[in-house]
Design a protein around this ligand. Sequence first.
Ligand SMILES: [Zn+2]
Length: 102
Amino acid sequence: MTNETPAPRAIGAGELVTKADLKPGRVIERWTDTTPTAIRVPMPCHERQHVTATRDTVSAVAVCRACSQTYEMVLEPDFDGGHFAILTVAHVPHLISRQARA
Ligand SMILES: [Zn+2]
């Protein structure tokens, strides 16, 4: 299949996400804010929370600092030179410390 249309159940980048949508395996697309050095991805659960990836990042695990919701994140180059994030709601939350890494 070479069809580039997202799977039917994916939530599009321009669509609002509700808590009911945050079920494991749910695919959520988001636009990102790409700068010369970094890619900022808004969290679907809390739009004011962002994770920051480098331009070399292809995939990562993203954790919301507000609610610890975890996503498997894939970044794809967009037509305009920016990036497009595809976030899959993770099955198992990661536990993270609020302390900064040494
Ligand atoms: Zn959140």
